[in-house]
Design a protein around this ligand. Sequence first.
Ligand code: SF4
Length: 471
Amino acid sequence: MARTLFKKIWDLHEVRKLPNGQSQLYVGLHLVHEVTSPQAFDELNARGWKVRAPERTFATVDHIVPTRAQARPFADAMAETMTAALERNCGEHGIPLFDLASGRQGIVHVIGPELGLTQPGMTIACGDSHTSTHGAFGALAFGIGTSQVRDVLASQCLAMSPLKVRRIRVDGVLSPGVYAKDVILTIIGRLGVHAGTGYAYEYAGDAIARMSMEERMTVCNMSIEGGARIGYVNPDETTFAYLRGRPHAPQDEAFDRAVAWWRTLASDANALFDDEVVIDAAAIAPTVTWGINPGQSIGVDARLPVPAARPHAERASLVEALEFMGFDAGQPVAGTRIDVAFIGSCTNGRLSDLREAAELVRGQHVSKHVRAIVVPGSQAVARAAEAAGLDEVFRGAGFDWRGAGCSMCLAMNNDRLTGREVCASSSNRNFKGRQGSPTGRTLLMSPAMVAAAAVAGEVVDIRSWAAAEAR
Ligand code: SF4
């Protein structure tokens, strides 16, 4: 019987059906970081249990790690305590830790792929919502909570309910100035932030097929923001080419054998889906969020919604968002003054993101009233960017060039908004308080759009702005 990739991988990893209807799934790769693991390790240690599969468990520091002064002990006592706990736990349980001294540290969803740990056909778990990123490789990648981190550490298994599969086909060609971030913001804006509940999202269509792995990661990363439990792309030649030669990928003949198997994993041509949505790539504009969830977005050339003109059920949330953001109904989003520009995160902190942003700021300067920072997603990304001279481009334009970490995506370290600041951000969440100030305001957009906003001092449409700047 024809099956989806989801069903194939699920069946391969199902240990048994549980009496409550869930499945006990074997976890092929467990990624661990400093913030959601201490309590899980404490519970393990209190029972005298060992980690079941330390060879399938890898750790890094990303969420709270400082991106400026990284000498130990960290000035932030909480960061130091959490990092020391992870070092101790990894040491006691034989888990490889990619720490600051390793040269391989970075955001967990950036280093997994770049080290070749993330591979097609895997089940992957990590105590972070955006674990869905790894689905770009044709894996089932679940973000889990701390109690599930404990379960996976102890048993290498997860209790999971089966999901329906919605195929989202993005057909056609993206316009210049439109990026993977605009694609996923448009999908979430179109379907809403709850439409994915109970679903896996399979991204397909020729626009997805043409994307690089980094672009596919951006799309899969934000699946969770659309309510989907996971998102994935069927593995193809782009996937295999990305993985070839990565340190933890199979090598030589083993790689060829792996590719032969990976090819069998894609959803069968006649597989049935529980739902299907088709998006016209050519109709997608550079997209900006204006509200307090990632579904509240519009094309940069559009105007904010007018609650009175929308269905009654939508009005209260629209009014709440407009009031929090201090925007007027129906105003254009272009021209919104920004105070901070943040380029980074597991959504858009990879080398291609930094390249695209650097092209926009080369020879320009950040607006006088804007504080702008670039935080590479990993030490490897930082090294590659520096080798290409991108750090000098950003510094020359007035950006702060930082060490790798999550930084202002969730502001657990000192990189945070203050007061009512407005931040143009390449990250993935615009919830109230997400960037460190309870009243701070976040506008999500592509890294190129953030870069242009930093220079212009306000939200601009890069399709016309870049051309105007060049004249
Ligand atoms: S960059 Fe943000 S979303 Fe990504 S892992 Fe870090 S905190 Fe989570």
